[in-house]
Design a protein around this ligand. Structure first.
Ligand SMILES: Nc1nc2c(ncn2[C@@H]2O[C@H](COP(=O)(O)OP(=O)(O)OP(=O)(O)O)[C@@H](O)[C@H]2O)c(=O)[nH]1
Ligand SMILES: [Mg+2]
Length: 347
């Protein structure tokens, strides 16, 4: 899963990037971190496998929205590749804030970023519309299809022009498919990150100031949480306790993104590897098989399923199976979070 930390200049993106990735900020603005999962750690204890593999989260630090035009074009191209946007909003006093409005203003900052997304999408729609308008006058093989696409894009143009997002347009699944390639920014799921001062002051009021339509919010105290990320073990724990922080910024951000994107994990366990795999909630057994390998999907026979708790209590897959905790499920079975799965397949 990939997400970009996006926001106005000096909202604290790079500070959060340090808090989340433990980077000292001098290197690459892209870091891949493991998705924490106590279940994988436990499986690894049980099996002592050659390899233990956690799900991965690719975190991108990005330049500020509304900086210079060229940088912004690059930023938007980068964001199109992301699964989600983590929209960082300044919630701390900053005398060096480079915008006209010196006061903390959650709604205005959010609006600023989102309207720049709308403009970027509008530009894309418009340039495609211009092209299609010329194209549909000629009798080409794709004429009918082009006309449909043009009508759809004109509708999206209306939505954007009236201040909406493409996400708000009610699209059929065929229409969704038609525009997928554009990877519009106003279709990206948004997690709001409130970047608070060290004492966490003002959190409640700032949460209330978030406009409707952004139900997923994570509050982070960027500066101190970046400091915590540089500490090890007991030092970090002590520091967190002093500040009343129970879970690291990284864990909260990842949990927020999983929730936002409707993601869950299933597990595989064995002497070779214990591993977590990220899939969408409600995904079927045969789709889940495909995330491991297309051969397993193609040759799918049955999924042997044991909930993690039962496996852990029994001390292994075989033991849990012997105790009657294993179920055999077919292709359409909807995988549940934390199930340990062994796919039977033949190719
Ligand atoms: N008090 C306080 N200051 C912060 C916090 N987060 C960031 N800052 C300060 O705000 C300034 C900007 O922080 P950055 O993390 O560099 O902001 P940015 O969004 O990456 O900025 P650009 O990359 O220029 O767009 C720095 O002086 C930080 O020390 C915070 O949580 N609390
Ligand atoms: Mg920065």
């Amino acid at each position: 899963m990939k997400a970009g930390l996006v926001g106005l200049t000096a909202s604290g993106k790079s500070t959060l990037f340090r808090a989340i990735t433990g980077s000292d900020g001098s290197g690459d603005p892209l870091r891949t971190v493991e998705v924490p999962d106590a279940r994988v750690a436990r499986l690894s204890e049980i099996y002592s496998p050659k390899k233990t593999t956690y799900a991965r989260f690719e975190c991108h630090d990005t330049p500020g929205v509304g900086s210079d035009e060229r940088q912004e074009a690059r930023l938007f191209a980068q964001l199109r590749e992301m699964d989600a946007v983590a929209l960082v909003i300044r919630g701390f006093e900053n005398s060096a804030w480079p915008y006209d409005r010196p006061e903390i203003d959650v709604a205005a900052d959010l609006e600023h970023v989102v309207s720049s997304f709308q403009v970027a999408d509008f530009v894309m729609v418009e340039s495609r519309v211009e092209k299609l308008e010329k194209q549909v006058t000629k009798p080409t093989k794709t004429q009918e299809q082009d006309k449909k696409e043009l009508a759809l894009l004109l509708r999206l143009k209306d939505v954007l022009e009236s201040g909406g997002k493409i996400e708000d347009a009610e699209l059929s699944s065929i229409e969704e498919e038609t525009i997928r390639g554009f990877r519009f920014l106003t279709q990206k799921p948004v997690l709001v990150i409130l970047n608070l001062p060290d004492d966490g002051a003002g959190e409640e009021a700032l949460r209330l100031a978030i406009p409707d339509g952004y139900p997923r919010v994570v509050a982070i105290r960027g500066e101190i949480e970046a400091e915590i990320a540089t500490l090890e073990g007991d030092d970090a724990a002590e520091f967190m306790q002093d500040y009343g922080i129970t879970e690291t910024a990284r864990d909260r951000l990842i949990a927020g993104l999983y929730d936002l994107l409707g993601l869950q994990s299933f597990l595989t366990a064995g002497e070779d590897e214990c591993r977590a795999w990220t899939i969408k909630k409600g995904e079927s057994a045969v789709e889940a098989a495909g995330t491991i390998h297309s051969d397993i999907q193609r040759g799918f026979i049955r999924a042997e399923v044991i909930p993690f708790q039962d496996l852990a209590a029994a001390g292994g897959f075989k033991e849990a199976k012997a105790a009657g905790h294993m179920r055999l499920e077919g292709k359409e079975y909807a995988i549940q979070d934390g199930e340990v799965i062994n796919f039977r397949f033949s190719v």
